[in-house]
Design a binder for this molecule. Structure first.
Ligand SMILES: *Cc1c(COP(=O)(O)O)cnc(C)c1O
Length: 429
């Protein structure tokens, strides 16, 4: 049996423990939802104050030059690049993950249409995040392609002569299962398809090596493990071999080769800058820049590999403690048992009402979230309603894991989750 004192001792010995000081976290709250919205970096308030009062208030329009506003998408992209195995000037921070997916999936389909017109299938995972499925559905109609959405175990066999693009989220938003980017990218290439990776639950949580894996395109989210704040800009990466081959369809003026020439005809900028569209959200980019810095701050203590080790230790501890303390209380583990096969989250199904259990936990100061399953056959894992718990290694402590499991045990054992006030589902779960 693990004791609370042992968890406290692990925090004392943890070389990454000091990184928590970078964040403004409410006292008496255990925040296990950094996979949905990262915590607030203390540096953001200071930075926003300066961006609003000096740069906007005093500098006004001059700040596009003087405060480097115009360069922010590229600058923040370069700050993210080492976290995902991208090179300098290969990433820009812009728009949302959904919009960036539209750009890169259009690019991949257009390149395939020109080079291998018989390839007409976008292959993805059925339990991919809905926005990825919806954007793919729209582009499948536009390009007269078929969207083939299969379970993870059927991906490889589905890479046939008609496959144009393999579109995967590296860490599944439901189960937290982690795909092997190297082998799946290689399998896609072997079959003649391109690989697009959504790094929404990877960037800042697991080490990623896009160039090492020889991936084709990638996108990812700024407000999860990168701590950029609600609705933070996303990022986009394109392999150098493709970047100048295609003009992405959202041909706004800031992706133009010379925006301030105000030319009549669009001419795409060379390199990743062509994946920009319109005027960037400067205040949000300023917050994201500080958010990414909180992750880069780990470099002094071992960087992404050290964060990954701690993340695996936290989620493993959570699974072990739930097994010890919540046995026979109706929970079923829905994440891979081996830490190497998980991202930085753990999901459980509950035999009664997972949504009510999560709301009871939140009322007790343990914040995770709830994800409804697809409708379908009972024995299908994609239909399970899930309680999700995220373990951001920058600020989650081992003792938080212990305390969270203790509250979970109490909510389940006492039947508190059955109280009518927890039966009502909020708009955002
Ligand atoms: C969080 C997430 C998104 C978010 O997309 P937005 O455009 O920011 O709403 C997209 N894809 C995946 C896989 C995600 O987990």
């Amino acid at each position: 049996m693990t004791t609370r004192a042992e968890c406290v001792a692990r925090d004392v010995a943890d070389p990454l423990a000091g990184l928590r000081e970078q964040f403004e976290l409410p006292a008496d709250l255990i925040y296990l939802d950094g996979n949905s919205l990262g915590a607030l970096p203390r540096a953001v308030a200071v930075r926003m104050q300066a961006a609003v009062q000096q740069e906007w208030g005093q500098g006004l329009i001059r700040s596009w030059n003087d405060a480097g506003w115009i360069d922010a998408p590229r600058r923040v992209g370069n700050l993210i690049a080492p976290l995902i195995g991208a090179g300098i000037d290969e990433v820009v921070a812009a728009d949302s993950t959904s919009v960036n997916l539209y750009k890169v999936l259009s690019a991949a389909l257009a390149i395939q249409r020109a080079q291998s017109p018989a390839r007409r299938v976008i292959l993805t995972e059925r339990s991919n995040f809905p926005t990825d499925l919806y954007i793919a559905q729209s582009l499948a109609r536009q390009f007269e392609c078929e969207l083939r959405a299969v379970t993870a175990d059927r991906l490889i066999e589905s890479l046939d002569a008609r496959a144009a693009v393999l579109l995967l989220t590296q860490v599944n938003y439901r189960s937290g299962a982690l795909h092997d980017m190297v082998s799946l990218t290689a399998a896609a290439h072997q079959a003649g398809a391109m690989a697009i990776w959504d790094l929404a639950h990877s960037a800042g949580a697991v080490p990623v090596d896009l160039n090492g894996a020889d991936a084709d395109f990638a996108i990812g989210c700024g407000y999860k493990y990168l701590n950029g704040g609600p609705g933070a800009p996303a990022f986009v990466w394109v392999h150098r071999r493709h970047v100048d081959l295609f003009e992405q369809p959202l041909s706004g003026w800031l992706g133009h080769a010379a925006p301030f020439a105000f030319a009549e005809i669009y001419r795409a900028a060379p390199g990743i800058a062509r994946y920009l569209c319109g005027t960037p959200s400067i205040l949000s980019l300023a917050a994201l820049e500080e958010g990414v810095r909180t992750v880069r701050a780990a470099e002094a203590h071992g960087g992404m590999p050290a964060l990954r080790r701690k993340s695996m230790a936290l989620s493993t501890l959570f699974i072990e403690l739930v097994a010890e303390r919540c046995a026979n209380l109706g929970l079923t583990l829905c994440s891979p048992r081996e830490a190497e096969r998980r991202g930085s989250q753990v999901s459980f199904a509950h035999a009664g009402n997972g949504c009510a259990v999560m709301q009871a936990l939140i009322a007790r100061g343990v914040i995770g979230d709830f994800r409804a399953g697809l409708t379908g056959a009972q024995d299908d894992p994609d239909t399970r309603d899930l309680l999700r718990f995220g373990f951001t290694p920058l600020y989650t402590r081992f003792v938080d894991v212990w305390d969270a499991v203790e509250v979970l045990r109490d909510v389940l054992e006492s039947g508190q989750w059955r109280e009518p006030r927890f039966a009502q589902r909020a708009v955002v779960t």
